[in-house]
Design a protein around this ligand. Structure first.
Ligand SMILES: [Zn+2]
Length: 346
């Protein structure tokens, strides 16, 4: 034994490692229920205590005290610890890393855990393969109905920031009291998160990023507002006029990126307030259609509102997200015979 330094590990229930993960993005209870942190040090994988630790972890034991020398080699995140794959370094790669063969985890990268196989990873994910109203979709402007639609009323107020990097995206859990009111129905804002590039396409084009604002009605049904994010100034606006705003970026995004936790899956509450109104475009025109969660389990009957107008972010803000998640967008899904409606106005 090289060292006898003790490390305390706070672990999550076993369920978190598997089941809860699949609800990572759009679903309501997406963020983990407890914080966790792992400190690892170089050690021998053959050490039987290491194996014992792995077993404990897998079983979701509570607080565990172990020697650093008993831990698996290489820096790993806690969700990888049980597999002890020393060659894969979390630091070197920002892409989602597959779990061992017996427990393939979903990812955006082609392969066993890739989008084509989400439906077969777990019975709960069947809709990913068999669903007929999946998201995201391309919105063809010529085919969308242009009609009178009820306005989206964003009754949002500031919330203390609660932020987590859940391994699939950066997610903000939003405090109580912020609601979306549409057509007499009230949906509570639960969380929002980001994709790069945008999952939604308009006339076949995706924007730099998208924010998904996930809401839930008290009857359980979900409504997601997609706000496209662009680092390019709007057409027709002179760069010199728009340049400052674009280069400065979005104030809320700046606050969020400043507070991205240093450790994946750790929920941070850095003691700052955020106002999600800053993610909304001025003009509130939208497209609407029925779709699904865009991450496993791909549950359907999700009411989507895709804002027609993007918000503007800086290139460096996009670049910073790219450093964490260069590609976390599900491929476009068949529209099928669904109807897409859009507001007449912007
Ligand atoms: Zn999303």
């Amino acid at each position: 034994m090289k060292k006898n330094k003790f490390v305390t590990l706070f672990f999550l229930p076993a369920a978190f490692w598997g089941v809860n993960w699949v609800h990572a993005n759009e679903a309501q209870n997406s963020a983990p229920a407890a914080a966790s942190s792992v400190t690892s040090a170089a050690a021998s994988n053959e050490d039987p205590l290491s194996k014992a630790l792995v077993n404990k972890i897998s079983q979701g034991s509570g607080d565990i005290v172990i020697r650093t020398s008993d831990l698996p080699a290489s820096p790993t995140s806690e969700n990888k610890a049980p597999e002890t794959k020393p060659k894969v370094s979390k630091v070197a790669s920002s892409k989602p890393v597959e779990k061992a063969e017996h427990e393939v985890h979903w990812s955006y990268i082609d392969g066993p855990g890739g989008p084509e196989n989400w439906g077969s990873l777990d019975k709960a994910n069947m809709a990913c393969t068999n669903g007929k109203t999946q998201s995201p979709i391309n919105i063809n402007l010529d085919r969308a109905l242009k009609v009178e639609l009820p306005p989206l009323e964003f009754l949002y107020r500031p919330s203390p920031l609660t932020i987590v990097d859940n391994g699939h995206t950066v997610m903000v859990k939003y405090g109580e009291g912020s609601n979306l009111l549409v057509d007499g129905r009230q949906y509570r804002l639960v969380q929002f998160h980001f994709h790069k590039p945008s999952e939604e396409a308009i006339n076949g084009e995706r924007t730099d990023m998208v924010a998904h604002l996930v809401h839930q009605h008290y009857d359980g049904s979900l409504a997601v507002v997609a706000v496209l994010m662009s680092a390019k100034p709007a057409g027709g606006l002179k760069k010199s006029w728009f340049g400052d705003e674009v280069s400065r970026g979005n104030g809320l995004i700046a606050t969020l990126w400043n507070n991205i936790p240093l450790v994946k899956e750790r929920i941070d509450t850095p003691g700052v307030m955020v106002d999600v109104n800053q993610l909304l475009p001025v003009d509130k025109g939208y497209f609407t259609y029925m779709g699904s969660l865009t991450t496993p389990p791909c549950s359907e009957n999700v009411l989507w509102f895709v804002m027609k107008n993007p918000i503007y972010v800086s290139e460096s803000q996009v670049k910073n997200f790219d450093r964490l998640y260069p590609m976390n967008a599900r491929p476009l899904q068949p529209k099928g015979d669904r109807v897409i409606k859009g507001t007449v106005a912007n």
